[in-house]
Write a protein that binds this ligand. Structure first.
Ligand code: NAD
Length: 258
């Protein structure tokens, strides 16, 4: 029970990595406030968490909208009186939303991806960090990407996506330095390609999979949502109490340039 007594917010928890984090945190004793744009999958994730005996509440909606981010934080305070952990996980992939190399992508795609992937982090932190500080500190975990750390000559060429995830890395360091005095730790994880609904399109393309297997040479394939959840658990728990401002690659060697 590494999160016993702690209260965690997880955004984008309806499926994929967010849902795996919610399930693992619940098994480790956390009480949860989940968010997802999709109410049905958000409710299903809540049910799953409750089945493991944990308390869970849902705030459905677009977390890049200030009123939703505000409601999410207010719900955690109303239900549980404190916030210990914030996982900024909600995000959208680039290619499904018209993103691509800067010379080929649409301006509205750029705006949307930066809003959903980055502004949501700003908003959730803005409202949650004062509550964390009030209860003596906390842990923020930002879901970045290997594409924040390396460029790709082909296949993974969504530049707004890369920019949004890169900005999360610098925001993580900036916040870590500033909020350390209030006991708030801020760390980021940078997954490579992970087996979730977001990766379905990539998985269908043989050339893309060959590229991924070469880069994620340590495992020769995709990582799992459980791999990412395990790292998030470490960063959320007191075991990582000396860590802040860390940018943790979870990419089976991709960014190490194997
Ligand atoms: P996914 O598409 O399977 O799940 C994302 C969830 O976020 C969905 O349930 C979706 O409804 C929700 N969501 C999307 N926009 C939202 C919004 N505006 N407000 C609230 N919820 C919203 O994706 P995933 O693979 O689980 O990815 C989770 C995070 O991990 C994302 O930030 C993604 O960029 C990042 N990531 C994923 C991979 C990968 O290979 N799967 C790799 C690196 C980073």
């Amino acid at each position: 029970m590494r999160l016993e007594g702690k209260v965690a917010i997880v955004t984008g928890a309806g499926q994929g990595i967010g849902r795996a984090i919610a399930e693992l945190f619940a098994r480790e004793g956390a009480r949860l406030v989940l968010n997802d744009l999709n109410r049905a999958t958000g409710e299903a994730a809540c049910e799953l968490v409750r089945k493991s005996g944990a308390h869970a509440a849902l705030v459905a909606g677009d977390v890049s909208a200030p009123k939703v981010a505000k409601r999410l934080v207010a719900a955690a305070v109303r239900h549980f009186r404190r916030i210990d952990i914030l996982v900024n996980n909600a995000g959208i992939g680039g290619s499904a939303h018209g993103d691509g190399p800067v010379t080929e992508s649409r301006e509205d795609s750029w705006d949307k991806i930066l809003r959903v992937n980055l502004k949501s982090v700003f908003l959730c932190c803005r409202y949650a960090i004062p509550e964390m500080a009030r209860s003596g500190g906390g842990a923020v975990i930002n879901m970045s990407s290997v594409l924040a750390l390396v460029g790709c000559e082909k296949h993974f060429t969504s530049h707004a996506y890369a920019a949004s995830k890169g900005a999360m890395v610098s925001l993580t360091r900036a916040m870590a330095a500033y909020y350390a005095a209030q006991g708030v730790r801020v760390n980021a994880v940078c997954p490579g390609l992970i087996e979730t609904p977001l990766a379905v399109k990539a998985k269908r393309q043989r050339e893309v999979m060959r590229y991924v297997r070469e880069r994620q040479r340590l495992i020769g394939g995709l990582g799992s949502a459980a791999d990412v959840a395990a790292a998030a658990l470490f960063l959320a728990s007191d075991e990582s109490r000396l860590m802040t401002g860390a940018i943790l690659p979870l990419d089976a060697g991709w960014s190490a340039g194997l």
